[in-house]
Ligand binder design. Structure first.
Ligand SMILES: C[S@@+](CC[C@H](N)C(=O)[O-])C[C@H]1O[C@@H](n2cnc3c(N)ncnc32)[C@H](O)[C@@H]1O
Length: 444
């Protein structure tokens, strides 16, 4: 079902708000807890098809990642916590709810609404998400009052018109307008869509299709006034992928990073690793070094790239023409989990670059903490034989600069060591190993 169907959940929340605004807490106190914690995301999975969630980039911040995000916000809060918050892609409002937990409340729910209405800003392209976000924010107000025993009633007109600055709209355009105006000096809360789209015209850090999350973050940093703060949940590939190196460089020019925290999987239903970031917008430009990786994941001594030529296998089987000489063709599918093997039995016509054994290959796709077919994450396989080999692009190839088979065996031991497994998990939590990361793995 499409996102429009999510408005059934918005109506359910309206009836919950009707009850609690009239003080009928006894029957619905648990329902309010669920509505504020995780239900919006569970309902999204129930009501909207996986395909629609993916194409619209709709994944709400809940559970462990929201808890971690709340800790990040609490650490970055000035006493009094009186600034504005803005989530330009607010979904069902989870980040906004987390942001308001720092706000002081008034004497009554109505007074709190007067205080919070102008301090909470949000955008989303989808009306049902905005409707749910506004109702959940109202529930957050009522729940805060109930918790301190000041649960005066709230008339319907007030909650129906609450949070008018949480609106249907394009967050990217709103960020651009802020960048062209005075800038946003409050707290920008961000967990944007993670899909791919064309880089914006004039983008200096990427061309062609690029991560929307990177585009949103770059626009967010441009939209912030000096002293403004960013709290973001982002896909790990932005932190660890070589493709986003210039994005990282550009971000660091404008933002002083306060905390960069690898998190792991977004949640049990979403197969994406994420990290959390908190940063402050600088007054002027500056390009200081930023610790994108924990200190334990930065190699200082000798690295694999000093001993091996590392690259990605060049064959894209369904794209590359079947012409040229017939050669042994190595793919991840036929590769053993670990150890040593001879020439692959599979053959293919290929006129491009071939590799002379001995060399070591690693699977590019691997998850934190585990490898394929029983091997550790990043485990290599030594290929031996007397003919050049075509290698599939799901594999990373390491050719020894000297030392032949002996060097390759040494590399297998290094890759299987606990140091490398730990290092990889710290440094690159997303699924794809990259050439840059493999090159900079600690040697010995
Ligand atoms: C990953 S979800 C996160 C939602 C929310 N920030 C959270 O953390 O729970 C991204 C949201 O961005 C919205 N979105 C996608 N493109 C947008 C755009 N151009 N402007 C505003 N919202 C957008 C989607 O509808 C979706 O709700």
């Amino acid at each position: 079902m499409s996102i429009a169907a999510y408005s059934t959940y918005a109506r359910q929340l309206e009836s919950l708000v009707t009850d609690v605004a009239l003080g009928r807490w006894r029957r619905v106190a648990d329902d309010v807890q669920h509505a504020l914690n995780g239900q919006a995301s569970a309902q999204l999975r129930r009501i909207v098809s996986r395909a629609d969630r993916r194409t619209t980039g709709s994944f709400f911040t809940t559970g462990g990642v929201r808890q971690s995000y709340e800790e990040l916000l609490a650490r970055g809060t000035a006493p009094g916590g009186s600034t504005m918050i803005w989530d330009p892609t607010c979904g069902a409002g989870d980040l906004l709810i987390a942001g308001t937990s720092q706000f002081p409340i008034g004497a009554t729910p109505a007074e709190t609404l007067t205080l919070w209405n102008r301090r909470v800003r949000g955008h989303d392209l989808h009306d049902p998400f905005v409707a749910v976000a506004r109702m959940r924010l109202v529930l957050a107000v009522l729940e805060r009052h109930r918790a301190v025993g000041s649960d005066a009633l709230l008339v319907e007109r007030r909650w129906r018109t609450a949070f008018p600055r949480v609106q249907v709209g394009d967050g990217l355009q709103a960020l651009r307008a802020a960048a062209e105006g005075r800038g946003f000096g409050g707290r920008l809360l961000l967990n944007p869509p993670y899909g791919m789209d064309a880089a914006l015209p004039g983008c200096t850090w990427s061309t062609g299709r690029t991560s929307l999350a990177a585009t949103f973050t770059a626009q967010a940093s441009a939209a912030m006034a000096p002293g403004g703060r960013l709290f973001a949940v982002l896909p790990d590939v932005l932190r660890s992928g070589s493709r986003y190196q210039s994005w990282r460089g550009q971000l660091a020019e404008h933002l002083k990073m306060e905390e960069i925290r690898p998190h792991g999987l977004f949640d049990n239903h979403t197969d994406v690793d994420v990290f959390l970031l908190s940063a402050v917008r600088r007054r002027g430009g500056h390009s200081g070094a930023v610790a994108w990786w924990p200190p334990s994941a930065v190699s200082t001594d000798s690295v694999i790239g000093d001993h091996f030529r590392v690259g990605v296998g060049p064959v894209v089987d369904n794209r590359d023409p079947h012409d040229g000489p017939e050669v042994p063709y190595l793919t991840a599918k036929e590769l053993p989990g670990q150890g040593e093997t001879g020439l692959p039995l599979r053959r293919r016509l290929f006129g491009g670059r071939l590799f002379e054994p001995p060399f070591v290959v690693m699977r590019r796709t691997s998850r934190p903490g585990q490898g394929a077919k029983g091997g550790a994450r990043g485990t290599g396989v030594l290929i031996q034989g007397d003919r050049p080999v075509a290698v599939d692009n799901h594999l990373i190839v390491a050719e020894p600069l000297r030392g032949g088979v002996a060097s390759c065996r040494e590399l297998l031991e290094v890759l299987d060591g606990p140091k490398v497994v730990h290092w990889l998990d710290e440094r690159i939590r997303c699924r794809h190993l990259t050439v840059t990361v493999v090159r900079s793995l600690p040697w010995g």
